[in-house]
Design a protein around this ligand. Structure first.
Ligand code: DC
Length: 216
């Protein structure tokens, strides 16, 4: 058996990364990794431990010390913190506001990259994030970058009951010095403003299958 295959799914907030990554993972029977959830977990943990978010050294220090473990929950690879997966806590407005700050700390990104690369121990993966094709698995042949208009993405977030300033989040993600959001070299860009999730995931799956066949 060769190296596990990694499908890197990057893109802007609310561009449909999670929905499509889950659909593609299910269709191909690959494990699914939400790297945003990993950054969110650290942001939540910083809030729990009352770390000053203005102090990058304190954030980096907590990241080096926290006790974590990757587990495969029914095809979803999750990062457990002190034996617990903070599923609800990582989606609160407070955590959402803290996560871009935490995600901009270079030592955090280094830690996350190593942890995310460990995920191949679970086999073939669909990994969604902001820097997967550009930084975490730059050598993969399976890179996709999702985007949609700001208007459409704002509607999607609102439909999920989440009130978030997406323009501000995009700016923070794209302008940070460490591993900013960008279109990875060689990625297929899919603007799905006028596409359904069925259409978007079918497009990704057919691209992957074509490449897998070509690779023999
Ligand atoms: O996809 P999400 O909204 O759950 O991501 C939360 C935050 O984490 C967002 O501000 C971008 C950041 N993130 C990142 O910097 N790199 C990743 N690979 C994944 C997420």
């Amino acid at each position: 058996m060769g190296e596990p295959i990694v499908i890197a799914l990057d893109g802007t907030s609310a561009s449909g990364k999670s929905t499509n990554a889950k659909r593609v993972a299910k269709a191909l029977d690959y494990a699914y990794v939400d790297t945003g959830a990993m950054y969110r977990s650290l942001a939540w943990y910083c809030l729990e431990k009352e770390v000053d978010l203005g102090d990058a050294k304190a954030i980096a220090s907590l990241c080096r010390r926290w006790k974590t473990e990757l587990k495969n929950d029914d095809g979803h690879i999750r990062l457990y913190v002190d034996g617990y997966f903070p599923e609800k806590e990582i989606r609160t407005a407070e955590t959402s506001a803290a996560v871009p700050v935490v995600a901009a700390v270079p030592a955090v990104r280094k830690w996350m990259k190593a942890k995310q690369r460990e995920c191949i121990e679970f086999g073939d993966l669909v990994m969604e994030g902001r820097d997967i094709g550009s930084n975490v698995f730059p050598d993969t042949d399976y890179k996709f970058y999702l985007d949609a208009s700001l208007d459409e993405r704002s509607k999607r977030r609102a439909a999920d009951g989440v009130d978030e300033n997406l323009a501000e989040r995009d700016k923070q993600d794209s302008q940070r010095a460490a591993a900013p959001l960008m279109i990875p070299l060689g990625a297929k860009v899919i603007n799905n403003s006028e596409m359904t999730a069925e259409e978007t995931s079918a497009l990704i799956i057919s691209e992957v299958q074509e490449k897998l066949e070509a690779a023999g």
